[in-house]
Write a protein that binds this ligand. Structure first.
Ligand SMILES: Nc1ncnc2c1ncn2[C@@H]1O[C@H](COP(=O)(O)OP(=O)(O)OP(=O)(O)O)[C@@H](O)[C@H]1O
Length: 330
């Protein structure tokens, strides 16, 4: 008997052709999995659809859409032991990148077909489930500026443009951070608490690596003195993220803890897994092994060759050419 799964599909996500995307997903998954397909709408979100599916009883929940859809669907699955599948079709695809899930439809579907799962940590931020990260200050302002229209026109550049725009009116705030064993007071422009984060979430990249199965959250404080400092700090974090090193600048701090209570003066906007959720204060607590997700059974292999796109490119396969020549001679 086939496995069954509820597929929650956002028909307006990303810049692709949703009808084509859905056909492709069905063509790959349906031979092995009985899919019960539900579409998100402006009124009915992926979380509501996921909760209804859990009530009906399903073997798995699969969400397909941008980061917004994936995050809210995941929040409904937290704490249930029902495996969660991710088919990313958004602009930034941060959710898939943070959890090392491939972001093409074909590869993501194959991960679900293979059926390997693992449990990962999640967190609760003011009672709301969080899979990736909470951004306080700068990031929250940036997310608010990158609206759907801008994302449609500029893709991932919308976030970069919004970030640059935001740098122009960089503001610093006083922050008090309380962990299990200490209270830290400083000023900052951005405070980010990450459970898991893609390398593109530069403001989360203070520590050398963000582990999503260590029972701990990673907090990064970015406190540049001025605009030039902000650009230098961002660039440094971008570099450390790509090399896997920890940040080494005086205006960047980081620490790990099971939970954080954060107050800001003046109160700052908070973005949780890409969605605006209100303002500080926040209380964020790690929930070890709170979510079961489908993951690649073997690590993705980086391609060792890329030639396509080169001008006047001709590739001759030697053995095939020789074989053809031999056949002609025979
Ligand atoms: N059928 C629909 N019509 C209009 N809006 C929808 C519909 N379904 C979901 N939405 C809205 O889509 C948003 C989530 O979009 P999602 O994050 O999945 O895609 P995206 O914005 O294209 O991707 P990304 O977040 O990666 O930029 C939610 O705000 C939700 O209200």
């Amino acid at each position: 008997m086939n496995r069954s799964a509820c597929l929650i599909f956002n028909p307006v996500a990303g810049q692709g052709d949703p009808e084509q995307d859905l056909l492709q997903i069905r063509a790959i998954l349906e031979p092995a999995i009985d899919l019960d397909i539900y579409f998100t709408s402006q009124e009915v979100g992926a979380d509501e659809l996921a909760r209804a599916a859990l009530d009906r009883g399903v073997d798995a929940i699969i969400a397909s859409g941008g980061d917004g859809t994936l995050s809210v669907a995941a929040t409904a699955v937290v704490g249930t032991n029902i495996p969660f599948g991710v088919i990313s079709r958004g602009t930034a695809n941060a959710f898939a990148a943070a959890l090392a899930i491939p972001d093409t439809i074909e590869a993501a579907c194959n991960v679900i077909l293979q059926g390997a799962t693992r449990t990962i940590d999640v967190a609760y931020c003011n009672g709301k489930p969080m899979v990736l990260l909470a951004g306080i200050g700068f990031e929250a302002e940036t997310v608010e500026l990158a609206d759907r229209e801008a994302k449609r026109r500029f893709g991932i550049m919308a976030y970069v443009l919004a970030g640059v725009q935001q740098l122009r009116n960089l503001q610093s705030f006083d922050v008090e951070i309380e962990t299990e064993d200490k209270i830290i007071k400083t000023s900052a422009s951005a405070v980010t608490v990450a459970n898991a984060a893609p390398p593109t979430s530069v403001l989360a990249q203070g520590p050398a690596g963000i582990l999503y199965n260590d029972g701990l959250l990673d907090l990064t404080i970015v406190a540049p003195a001025n605009k030039a400092g902000a650009i230098a700090a961002t660039f440094h974090l971008f570099q450390t993220a790509s090399t896997g090193n920890a940040a080494e600048r005086d205006d960047i701090g980081y620490l790990r803890a099971k939970q954080f209570k954060i107050k800001a003066d003046p109160p700052q906007k908070v973005v949780l897994d890409g969605e605006m959720v209100g303002t500080t204060p926040v209380e964020i607590k790690c929930i070890p092994e709170g979510l079961t997700i489908f993951v690649p059974s073997v690590a993705e292999v980086e391609p060792v060759e890329k030639l396509e796109g080169l001008p006047n490119l001709i590739i001759e396969m030697k053995e095939l050419a020789e074989e053809a020549e031999n056949q002609i001679q025979e």
